[in-house]
Design a protein around this ligand. Sequence first.
Ligand SMILES: Nc1ccn([C@@H]2O[C@H](COP(=O)(O)O)[C@@H](O)[C@H]2O)c(=O)n1
Ligand SMILES: C[C@@]1(CO)OP(=O)(O)OP(=O)(O)OC[C@H]1O
Length: 159
Amino acid sequence: MFRIGQGFDVHQLTEGRPLIIGGIEIPHEKGLLGHSDADVLLHTITDACLGAVGEGDIGRHFPDTDPAFKDADSAKLLVHIWQMIKEKGYSLVNADCTIIAQKPKMAPYIEQMKVRIAELLECDPGQINVKATTTEKLGFTGRGEGIAAQAVVLLQKVK
Ligand SMILES: Nc1ccn([C@@H]2O[C@H](COP(=O)(O)O)[C@@H](O)[C@H]2O)c(=O)n1
Ligand SMILES: C[C@@]1(CO)OP(=O)(O)OP(=O)(O)OC[C@H]1O
């Protein structure tokens, strides 16, 4: 049996925060604001994984009102959810993700992100695709007010 899930997330860009996307710190004059480290790509993948197994969303598992998740490492949140998915008997077929950001240029960091995400999901980097697009200076992403990400994850029941 196959199960598909999709995710979408947005975080605001602000001064005085590191920019962490896909588990990688990217040099930039602004970073993403959130209760956690605000890794918009890992949140999106977490939501896609949860969607695939019908387990709600990241906020249901890690409420942004809980001080335990203040400045949380989003990699740890994804690993926690991935353990749950493995216990349900699923393995990853593939994940395809898009980062929507006017800047910075993501291309130099895409390979590192793929390798890190593959590490977290215990799969081959070839099963992970990460893309980036601008919105041609249109909308909140185009004005550099925030960064969005979306992902699709396909799981296969193996046990
Ligand atoms: N933040 C971004 C946005 C885009 N890219 C790369 O540039 C290509 C062209 O982007 P358009 O929005 O003009 O289509 C895109 O395909 C990405 O390869 C990027 O690295 N970082
Ligand atoms: C990750 C959590 C928890 O620290 O906080 P944020 O960093 O604000 O991220 P969001 O994408 O709003 O969703 C889930 C939250 O509960």
